[in-house]
Design a binder for this molecule. Structure first.
Ligand SMILES: NC(=O)c1ccc[n+]([C@@H]2O[C@H](COP(=O)([O-])OP(=O)(O)OC[C@H]3O[C@@H](n4cnc5c(N)ncnc54)[C@H](O)[C@@H]3O)[C@@H](O)[C@H]2O)c1
Length: 289
């Protein structure tokens, strides 16, 4: 089923939103794609990324001859048109902020618009409650992975309120974006975040128990399980504050001690050692090896 998309809105031009907006502009040439962020420097970074992605895509023939990218950058919601066909939020992982964006999405959508979030762990059901009942069937999670232009998975999150029409449209969008959809039910951390975070957190427990060094833990998982990165270097890449916050969300939601954060993870966050972005986490950066 082909779903016509004339107007797409992506909110949040950070690590994820900039790439997702570009992906939509590349894959739906007939659509106008708007990218909104309240921080001018983030919009500027997104513009620079677009230039470099576009250059590579033209060299590789990923863009049709003469295809222009219809990507429009905005610093607020004030000048936006209405009636977007798809709206996606990729702002920081904060439920109250996401709920606020969903209330704005209600004003900018029509009755069949898909209203979506890129959250890694938060409740889509609670976000859906922010739009009127007749639109709640159109709410689902479109969970892209980092970097969104490269990673092949789209985890589609379905709530108890999501309609089968909306789900089918989301799957068809995934195919147009050249992603493989996996449909999961709305549950804290869905599949990917839940399983991934448990592994990362368990690696921190193993480290603090002195079972092996950080290098040995990472090496073991790369060579033994064919993981491209070890769990501790991956945690440093994601950001230890982010890993800690998601672990807390899982723990609070499931009320199960298996999700408790490793004390060493908490201590590193308290010390401001957040991984690559602060130059120190389980490793110091730049790494010598
Ligand atoms: N980083 C990852 O690896 C990753 C992977 C998958 C999913 N996610 C999810 O994607 C979402 C975004 O993550 P990110 O890493 O891109 O975050 P980020 O911090 O890089 O970007 C968030 C952006 O949202 C903007 N923003 C904040 N409040 C806003 C508002 N009111 N209006 C408009 N823009 C606003 C910020 O200025 C920032 O540019 C989160 O829900 C996260 O859990 C992240």
């Amino acid at each position: 089923m082909e779903f016509k998309m004339k107007k797409v809105l992506v909110v949040g031009a950070g690590t994820m939103g900039a790439g997702i907006a570009y992906l939509f502009a590349r894959s739906f040439p007939e659509a106008q794609v708007f990218l909104v962020d309240i921080k001018p420097d983030q919009l500027q970074k997104a513009r620079e990324s677009q230039e470099s992605w576009e250059k590579k895509d033209r060299q590789r023939g990923n863009l049709a001859e003469g295809q222009k990218l219809n990507l429009i950058y905005e610093g607020s919601f004030t000048n936006l048109p209405k009636d977007f066909d798809l709206l996606l939020e990729a702002v920081s992982e904060d439920l109250e902020l996401k709920k606020k964006i969903f209330r704005t999405f209600d004003e900018l959508s029509h009755d069949t618009s898909l209203i979506t979030s890129n959250t890694s762990s938060l409740s889509l059901t609670l976000m859906a409650r922010e739009v009127p009942p007749q639109k709640r069937g159109n709410v689902l999670g479109l969970h892209f992975f980092n970097p969104p232009l490269v990673m092949p998975l789209l985890e589609i999150v379905q709530t108890l309120l999501t309609s089968s029409e909306a789900l089918e449209r989301a799957k068809s969008i995934a195919v147009t974006l050249k992603k493989t959809p996996v449909v999961v039910k709305d549950s804290p951390g869905f599949i990917t975040t839940r399983l991934g975070m448990v592994m990362l957190n368990e690696a921190v427990f193993a480290l603090q128990e002195g079972i092996a060094s950080a290098e040995e833990i990472d090496q073991a998982m790369k060579l033994g399980f064919n993981h491209p990165m070890g769990p501790l270097e991956l945690a440093d890449l994601i950001g230890l504050d982010v890993v800690f916050a998601i672990t807390q969300t899982l723990y609070e939601n499931f009320q199960d001690s298996k999700y408790r954060a490793a004390p060493l993870l908490r201590k590193l966050v308290e010390a401001g050692h957040l991984g690559r972005k602060t130059g120190r986490g389980f490793y110091t950066y730049p790494r010598s090896t």
